[in-house]
Design a binder for this molecule. Sequence first.
Ligand code: PMP
Length: 407
Amino acid sequence: LPAFDAERLRADFPILQQEVNGHPLVYLDNAATTQKPEVVIEAIANYYRRDNANVHRGAHALSDRATAAFERARDTVARFINSPTARQVIWVRGTTEAINLVAHSWGRSELGPGDKVLVSYLEHHSDIVPWQLVCAATGAEVVAIPILESGDIDMAALDELLDERVKLVAVNHVSNALGTVNPVKDIAAKAHAVGAKILVDGAQAAAHGMVDVQALDCDFYAISGHKLYGPTGIGALWGRETLLEAMPPFLGGGEMIETVSFAGTTFNTLPFKFEAGTPNIADAIGLAAAIDYLDGIDLSAAAAHERALLAQSLELAKQVEGLRRIGAPNEAVGIFSFVLDGVHPSDLGMLLDQQGIAVRTGHHCTQPLMDYYQVPGTVRASYALYNTAQDVERLFEGIHKAVRLFR
Ligand code: PMP
């Protein structure tokens, strides 16, 4: 493995210092959600201990402090994804809400009969269903972008699908089920060449420090804080400023208005136009603390470390008869998705849990992708910066035990 001190980083994550079912916890479900370093937990607790107040109300010291910290957190996210301005960063609950915001606001005003939304076979349900809903409401059509057996997007097929009826291409930056890193910049250029917009689901990409919305030249980018060593319930939608300015509001309520009267209401400026109601202040601050924590870590070295754990997994997998990796993407993050002949994924998951090893089993909210591979689901070990070679060894001890028990 390359020199990257995962062992030292483990100490920053209190949850990892426990036994589960009598064994030291091996947490390999990081694509579902990552664990939180102590500094994130402290940032949230300290906010509630010292500063808690509603934001943008400005009448007292606590409100001023809460507002300053909340808006500083927005600046931190803007810097992390290289947004030209903080007003293009809209707080949401997570990737799911970000995509629904775009589908409702942009989709309902821009899509009509005969229009197409291209969605890849690699997509999470949260990047499929909102498009189905908005297409059903507007008369537009969702068209699936095929993939190759490797789990890469079929770029030749994409070229054939792209025409002037396509209004939006929706793809993930990194697949949660297979780990595929998609060529988002190329896809953006292809979409723009036919006048389409591109939305990138960045839920799995953000933790790897690969998000640069300007370099990718995308139109919308969605992230979830909890996949980024931050809290649940907070995420961000980034959008191109001209698009966000032109879009109608999503939710109505306080914060998002300029003036309200029964004769008519005017809306607030960006980003507040899209932030109705009291926001999730504490978790926005927690997310900024996570990003500050990641600033102290070489994220490309972390990604290389996680890929090395994947390589170690693939090597050890050769000694397990009937183990089949699902997909073999051209470029991938540290996600190991597989099936084991004669052992149901959920049985394997249960047996691993008894040994203190947490993996995800099932369809990973990617049923069309599972249909493509004709499997009901997979077992997925997804590696994070605190995982070690020993964690991978423990996983394989568990797999060998399952083989002995179930076959
Ligand atoms: N897209 C991808 C690729 C994901 O992995 C996930 C979470 N599993 C989501 C979208 C949805 O994210 P959230 O549940 O945080 O809204």
